[in-house]
Design a protein around this ligand. Structure first.
Ligand SMILES: Cc1cc2nc3c(=O)[nH]c(=O)nc-3n(C[C@H](O)[C@H](O)[C@H](O)COP(=O)(O)O)c2cc1C
Length: 176
């Protein structure tokens, strides 16, 4: 079974980024893909900020990344870039930890001013980690995601963009 890991670099599960994360998780699950999520801000902060490679809690999450075929990096845009929260986790991934994986960068920003932020900030870092199959980044503006009773809803432009980018993935592994 194809496995996906969603790595959420937001600062809170109440962020509208969670709405995007849940939409992507549902999209992948509907294709028969096994989905897991890492909320970086819920991992031990001291281990993250001191780059503690010996942290058992973080090592357990890194094993999940290693087992995944698809890795989705989700981040809010902070100061024109992906978050430092996400970077603390990326820094603990193995040197070529994204080799052979299909990688999807996804951001939510307060405006379109930083539409290219993932191109110039996150994608080069993912390449250094061995990713050669990086999909075109998805950039959602936070006004496209609304908080509703019990969750979130995304507008049609946002869902169409996500559906289109993830249309290339399938629950069936090629050659298996
Ligand atoms: C510290 C901080 C810096 C931010 N910097 C930017 C920025 O440079 N560009 C941008 O488009 N949005 C920026 N934003 C807006 C966030 O991307 C936005 O809060 C996020 O998309 C989700 O909002 P929510 O957590 O309120 O749902 C910033 C927000 C914070 C808290």
């Amino acid at each position: 079974m194809t496995k996906a890991i969603l790595i959420n670099g937001g600062n809170s599960v109440s962020s509208r980024l969670t709405g995007v994360e849940q939409y992507i998780a549902n999209n992948l699950t509907a294709k028969g893909i096994e989905v897991e999520t890492i909320q970086v801000h819920q991992l031990p902060a001291e281990d993250l900020i001191t780059a503690n490679y010996k942290s058992e809690a973080i090592a357990a999450e890194i094993v999940k990344v290693g087992a995944a075929d698809i890795v989705v990096f989700l981040t809010p845009i902070y100061k024109g870039s992906y978050t430092g929260i996400l970077k603390t986790f990326i820094d603990l991934l193995p040197q070529k930890g994204l080799e052979g994986k299909q990688v999807f960068p996804v951001a939510i920003g307060g405006s379109i001013a930083h539409l290219l932020a993932l191109e110039y900030s996150l994608k080069p870092v993912l390449s250094i980690l061995g990713a050669t199959n990086i999909d075109c980044p998805i950039y959602i503006v936070d006004s496209q995601v609304a908080r509703i009773e019990g969750g979130f809803t995304l507008d049609e432009t946002a869902t169409a963009r996500i559906d289109n980018v993830f249309s290339t993935v399938s629950g069936v592994k090629v050659g298996v």
